[in-house]
Design a protein around this ligand. Sequence first.
Ligand SMILES: N[C@@H](CCC(=O)N[C@@H](CS)C(=O)NCC(=O)O)C(=O)O
Length: 207
Amino acid sequence: MPNYKLTYFDLRGRAEIHRQLFALAGVPYVDKRIKPEDWPTLKPTTPFGQLPLLEVDGKPIPQSMAIARFLAKRFGFAGANDLEEAQIDALVDLLNDYMTEQKHFFGVLVGRVPGDKAAATKELFEPARDKYFPLVIEKYLKKSKSGFLVGSKVSWVDLHLAGHITTYQQLIPGAFDKYPEVIAHRDRVEALPAIKEWIAKRPKSSY
Ligand SMILES: N[C@@H](CCC(=O)N[C@@H](CS)C(=O)NCC(=O)O)C(=O)O
């Protein structure tokens, strides 16, 4: 069994998808959570000066989406064939476009960027949400026979979407109430026994 070490801050953030993939696969790993004050020393030792970072038998893999895709492929949550793999990748790219379109909104939301949260919610978040979520619902969720976004079982894009919904519903009360299909999808993902067990025992963090 390879030795896996995942390094990130003490947040769900960009590493929660990896932790959930380990939980789904039942594969042990080191969930290393660093303190902000230790980051300046660690930063220059990482490949791209950012976290998360996965080390597999000491070999580093940076970039959260590359790590997620790698673990999902290894553990069998990246589609049943190359067509499903491509559909999952396309949807991951769509969700990343949606995040990019929100510009500095997340920074304002968590207090890292100065700005008015209510105004940023109206001007940056809501237009992006209302452009992209009807696509996710109409093109994927409504066509799904399994209840998951692509194919017949949960995949890494389900974890990516569900994690986003949980975080935004927590930080912006009612953020997705107008899209009950995505709330139901999130609930379905979080009801999977391995995910439910992980959520019950994971360290509590703000986002
Ligand atoms: N595209 C990268 C972005 C990584 C990123 O922005 N990481 C932040 C934490 S969420 C970070 O390392 N911040 C500290 C820094 O840049 O010094 C990924 O998806 O992994």
